[in-house]
Design a protein around this ligand. Sequence first.
Ligand code: PMP
Length: 351
Amino acid sequence: MERVFNFSAGPAAIPLAVLERARDELVDWQGCGMSVMELSHRGKEFMSIAERADADLRRLLNIPAGYRVLFLQGGASAQFSAVPLNLAGAEDKADYVVTGSWSKKALAEGRRFLHANVAADSADTGHTDIPDPTAWATSNDAAYLHYTPNETIGGVEFHFIPEVAAPLVADMSSTLLSRPLDVSRFGLIYAGAQKNIGPAGLAIAIVREDLMGRARPTTPVTMDYHQQSEAGSMYNTPPTWAWYIAGLVFQWLLEEGGLEEMERRNRRKADTLYGAIDGSPLERGLATGPAWPIWPATAAPVAWTSSASCARPGTASGRIQMHSAWVRPSGDTARYATVVIPTPPRAGARW
Ligand code: PMP
């Protein structure tokens, strides 16, 4: 079977080795006579799967003591609500940095539950850059500062971790596990699983212990970090299959060399794509008017994303077409373009 390159919105590629292992274990997990999908989440078999996934994620990210890892449901969007409900009261204030679609959604949800202060908003540039952190209007008494290190749709990515007094809360849905991370800088990290972790339906939260146990009394119990943590993320039936696949992805990442190696591969992928973008006669600007100018190939890309659909390599339709937005180092503004890479690498080839 020929695998395709998937550049679509939503769920992303899962390593073939993981899919093959899941296929081999689908009907009978390690001789227990059942599929993982059929295992009791409270039985020793699934407990071993769950504990190994937790331990492997801790190893991968070098998660320090004093942080709990939660395997939750509701996607990253449920965390937009869980964050204010767990970390602040209705009369409290929290800072939000708005750099695109996802941080806007997090802010909108935050506004439903507390006094959300917009510390910075890049709306004036069409969310194509990151407002200068020295100019952020943070509050003295913020319960937390929320930001989105990688805006999956617009493609704006932070290449620094903000230094703020309030606990830092980060929506890492499309960046977690793509490179090493200093978890100790954060109060709370959360991510929907479907980009780098595993199947949709699972969300990971990494919560600093001192931020737990503060949920307001009206917080739904399934969203309460403390209660979920005390229950080993099993207050109710967890998404066992998604948790299992995430665990296989963690094992694969460790076997392949961990997040340093992933960073190296991701850098290579980015260089390949940017190289094609820099070398391509850009077909047309999507914003308005004539084609945008091309940057010199030497300018390092800051961020890039695509919203293309899957490309089947080696066939007539095997071109990668991307509607792209990217941001250059300070001084340049973002440009939008449709880029066509006529000969994508072979399927399965190492980038
Ligand atoms: N935040 C970011 C940065 C995302 O990329 C996404 C989805 N791609 C979401 C939130 C929403 O995730 P979910 O669909 O799991 O709720």
